[in-house]
Design a protein around this ligand. Structure first.
Ligand code: SF4
Length: 407
C-alpha cells in the first residue's frame, strides 16, 4: 500500500504515427522532430511554473499518444528538469514509459535506461496480425516479441503488456492465444481492457454502419473470466479490475489514481488533481505550445470537488482494487465513517450481493466486479435522501455478508 503523502507526475506526449481505429485519446499525427522539440520545451516551461506537492514523488508516467516516438534525448531533458526541482526522493520513483512496438530501437531502450526510465508499458493489444491491422496498429506480432526481447536485453526488469478483448470478430480461442502469447513473453504486469467503442472513432462508425461486429457480451465476460483463471494460475495476481501483476510489480502510478493521491500533469489536455480540485490543460497541441511560450497558463478548465464528491470517488475508485477500500483510511481522510455517510447505498449494494465488508475492507464481490459500472453509478448518483446516519448499526445480516462465494 502506498503512503498517503505519495504523489505523481503525468507527462502527456500526444504524438502518434497513425491513429488506431478505437482511440479517442488526445493525440496528433503528422508532427515531426521540430514540433517534438518545441513541445518538449513547452513541457519544461509548464513544469517551471507548477507548484510541487508536499510529500514523496512515487511515480513519473510518460503517457500518450506515443512517448516512445520521441528522440530519447527529449525524454532525458524532461526527467532532468523534473529532478532539478525536487528534493532527493526517499525511494526511487517508478518511471514508466508507454511504448508502441512499432517505434522501438535498441538505442532508444538503452537511452531510456540511462535517463532513469525503469518501467515499460508496451501496447501489444492482440497477438494476431489480422486484428492488429484491423485496429490500424503500426506493428505486427513479431515486433511485439522483438520489443520485449530487446527490452529485457537492455536490462528492463519491470514490463507491462497491454491487450484488448472483445475486438470485432474476436473468438475465445484467439483471445486465449493472445493471453498465452503474452504470457510466453514473461511480463511482470498485464493490463487487459475490454474494448470500449468510443463515439467519434473510426471503429464507432464501422460498428454503426454494420462493417464491424462486436462479440456477444456473454462471450466478452467469458474472455475476462478465462484470462483471470489463466493468469492467476501463472502467478500474475489480479489487483485491480483490469490489472494483473507478479508479486511486488503492481503499478505505483495507477495506484495513485485509484487512491485519490495528488498528481501533477504536464502537456496538452493533461488532467491534474489535488485534494479538492481537478483541472486540465487545453487539448490542442499547437495552442498548448503557443500559450506556454507566451508565458500564459495553458489551463482549460477546473472542477472544485466537494467533500461529498471526493468521498464518492474515493469509494468507487478504491473498489476497483482487489483489496478494496480501507475503511480506516476513509475515516482518517474524511473524519467520518463511510457507513455514516453512505449507509443507505452501501446497504442496498450489499443486499444485491455486489459489495461485501471484510474486516476493515469494503470490497466488490465477484458479481460486483462484473457489474463494476453499476456500482460506480450507484455511488455517484446516490441521492441525498440515501445519505443516512449510520443506518447499518446493529445490522447483523450485513456484517455476516461474505466476500467470497456470492457468485
Ligand atoms: S498508438 Fe495509442 S495513443 Fe496513438 S492512436 Fe494508437 S491507441 Fe491512440
Amino acid at each position: 500500500m502506498l503512503p498517503t503523502e505519495d504523489w505523481g507526475i503525468y507527462v502527456h506526449i500526444p504524438f502518434c504515427e497513425a491513429r488506431c481505429t478505437y482511440c479517442d485519446f488526445n493525440t496528433v499525427t503528422g508532427m515531426g522532430q521540430a514540433e517534438h522539440l518545441r513541445y518538449t520545451k513547452a513541457l519544461l516551461g509548464e513544469w517551471q511554473s507548477e507548484t510541487v506537492p508536499e510529500g514523496s514523488l512515487a511515480s513519473v508516467y510518460f503517457g500518450g499518444g506515443t512517448p516512445s516516438i520521441l528522440d530519447p534525448v527529449l525524454i532525458g531533458h524532461v526527467l532532468e528538469a523534473l529532478w532539478e526541482r525536487l528534493s532527493e526522493p526517499v525511494t526511487a520513483p517508478e518511471v514508466t514509459m508507454e511504448v508502441n512496438p512499432g517505434t522501438v530501437t535498441a538505442q532508444k531502450l538503452a537511452s531510456w535506461q540511462d535517463f532513469g526510465v525503469n518501467r515499460l508499458s508496451i501496447g501489444a493489444q492482440a497477438m494476431q496480425n489480422h486484428h492488429l491491422r484491423a485496429l490500424n496498429r503500426i506493428h505486427d506480432v513479431s515486433m511485439i516479441r522483438q520489443t520485449v526481447c530487446m527490452a529485457r536485453e537492455a536490462g528492463f526488469t519491470n514490463i507491462n503488456l497491454d491487450a484488448i478483448y472483445g475486438l470485432p470478430g474476436q473468438t475465445l480461442q484467439e483471445w486465449q492465444e493472445t493471453v498465452d502469447g503474452l504470457l510466453h513473453l514473461g511480463p511482470d504486469h498485464l493490463s487487459l481492457y475490454a474494448l470500449i467503442v468510443e463515439a467519434g472513432t473510426p471503429l464507432h462508425r464501422a460498428v454503426e454502419r454494420g462493417q464491424a461486429e462486436l462479440p456477444d457480451p456473454d462471450l466478452v465476460a467469458e474472455m475476462a473470466d478465462w484470462a483471470e483463471t489463466r493468469l492467476t494460475a501463472m502467478e500474475l495476481q489480479p489487483y485491480e479490475i483490469s490489472n494483473y501483476a507478479r508479486a511486488g510489480y503492481a503499478s505505483r502510478h495507477n495506484q495513485l489514481y485509484w487512491r485519490l493521491a495528488p498528481y501533477v500533469a504536464l502537456g496538452a489536455g493533461a488532467h491534474a488533481y489535488r485534494p479538492g480540485r481537478r483541472w486540465w490543460n487545453v487539448r490542442g497541441v499547437r495552442r498548448y505550445m503557443d500559450l506556454v511560450e507566451a508565458g500564459v497558463d495553458p489551463l482549460d478548465g477546473y472542477e472544485d470537488l466537494t467533500v461529498d464528491e471526493e468521498m464518492r470517488e474515493w469509494l468507487w475508485l478504491g473498489l476497483r482494487l482487489r483489496e478494496g477500500v480501507d475503511l480506516r483510511r476513509f475515516f482518517q481522510r474524511f473524519r467520518i465513517s463511510a457507513s455514516q455517510v453512505f449507509g443507505g447505498v452501501l446497504q442496498e449494494l450489499e443486499a444485491k450481493h455486489l459489495l461485501c465488508e471484510d474486516g476493515h475492507a469494503l470490497r466488490l464481490t465477484p458479481r460486483g466486479r462484473d457489474l463494476a459500472n453499476v456500482v460506480a453509478r450507484a455511488l455517484v448518483d446516490a441521492p441525498p435522501d440515501m445519505l443516512v446516519q449510520d443506518s447499518r448499526a446493529g445490522d447483523v445480516e450485513l456484517k455476516d455478508q461474505s466476500c467470497t462465494g456470492t457468485d
